[in-house]
Design a protein around this ligand. Sequence first.
Ligand SMILES: [Zn+2]
Length: 266
Amino acid sequence: MMRTAAAALALLSASVGVSGLTARPADPPTSGPRIQQYIPPIPARYQGQLLTKRVRHFPKKLLALTFDDGPDPEITPRILKTLEEHNAYATFFVRGDNAERHPELLKQIIAGGHEIGDHSYSHEAVNSVDAAKEELRKTDDAIRRATGRDVRLFRPPRGVKNCELARQALKAGYVVALWTISSADSRPIGPDVIASNVIHTPNPGDIVIMHDGEGHAATTDALPKVLDALEKKGYRFVTLPELMGEWDRWLTQHPKGASRTVFRTR
Ligand SMILES: [Zn+2]
């Protein structure tokens, strides 16, 4: 009896130990102004780098879904609910002006275990160094005020990688992340087309662009179809820092793969 109880106790503490090591804390934060969620490090090889393609031959069936232009009080909660139902994690590239208006949505994004990146303040092209720095600073301030998080990712508006915003972000050490699969959901297309654009032919390690924000109800309708179909193909959905961590581990174990990586410096 004692042995059984001891064994049960040992098992219990082992499982507690294991769950303590898992990437995501089981419980929401209980105290303090800073929201304590799992924050994966950005591997050194990606800091201050432009990410335009996936790592070729990366074998793990992981995808990074990204949602640009939010947060939005109608759309963001719907995206979050669907992600939660599928145990999926994503990255939200928010606009600073929207972030300032909806700090509660940023908190919800982080509480769901997702990542937030900077997508400029105004979504306008800016030409001067000072204006670009100001766009980054104002957006990051809004994110930090709401979540306590430092911002490590940037995506330029419309994916323009040679703009002043991207240059300043790279200089400041952000990962400037574009995408490798487009849902094309900034066009007026229906959920079925959006979904099939994503489901079409993903490869392990792809980065998918979709849109949050006003007018993107079709994207929220497409999302369950995307998740259902790709789950059936064995895919899991992770944040960009998690994906970079997996890339980094794989490249470290397969140094020859490093010569085939397709991210590049500024
Ligand atoms: Zn955008």
